[in-house]
Design a protein around this ligand. Structure first.
Ligand code: ZN
Ligand code: ZN
Length: 199
């Protein structure tokens, strides 16, 4: 295994917000350990629309699920901003400099999980194949999932490993001493949430 270093290792996959003020990288091997998925859920769509991105209906939002310790922010961490679609909703991180949606995460660092938008990377195809599609809408039926068993299996394996090794404490999103997120969440009202996807 490679030794930890302050600057990105060779072959690191770099990501950035639209204006470039916030940028970071994941280690070359992280994409393989992660799971690239397309999420078709209404919440992921609402976040895209809230930030003025193209409507992902039909394609889903292209995400790479990782452990938070695999995600390094190299500059502009002060732009990390936080949105929630409801008080109990996932944390929806975005770059406050330009309003680019970045990540989603649980509300506690103790569940070491992050999903990073593939669109932030110069070459999303370097992130590997899409192994799952979740919450595909079906008329008159509950949403369907494809490949979710493999996705869940990989997710649990990664989270357990991060918990057992203590790596869950290496996260750009939380102060693990206090448990607080690094930005104050702004929670949408029900009316604001509804206005996004009822159009
Ligand atoms: Zn989703
Ligand atoms: Zn920006």
């Amino acid at each position: 295994m490679s030794s930890p270093s302050a600057s990105p290792a060779e072959g690191a996959l770099r990501f950035a917000c639209a204006c470039g003020a916030l940028s970071g990288h994941i280690a070359p091997g992280s994409a393989r350990q992660g799971s690239r998925i397309h999420c078709h859920c209404g919440d992921c769509r609402a976040v895209e629309l809230h930030h003025g991105c193209p409507d992902p209906a039909g394609t889903g939002v292209d995400l790479l699920q990782l452990n938070p310790d695999m995600v390094k922010i190299d500059q502009g961490a002060e732009h990390l901003s936080l949105l929630q679609l409801s008080p109990r909703g996932l944390y929806r991180w975005y770059a406050g400099c330009c309003g680019t949606p970045l990540f989603n995460s649980p509300r506690t660092a103790k569940l070491p999980f992050i999903a990073i938008r593939a669109a932030l990377f110069a070459e999303p195809d370097s992130l590997g194949k899409v192994i799952a599609r979740t919450f595909i809408p079906k008329k008159g039926k509950p949403p369907q999932h494809k490949g979710a068993a493999r996705m869940t299996y990989k997710l649990i394996g990664r989270m357990l490993s991060a918990r057992l090794t203590g790596r869950w404490k290496q996260t750009p999103l939380f102060d693990t001493e206090t448990g607080a997120p690094v930005a104050l969440p702004q929670v949408l009202t029900k009316a604001e949430r509804k206005a996004l996807t009822n159009a």
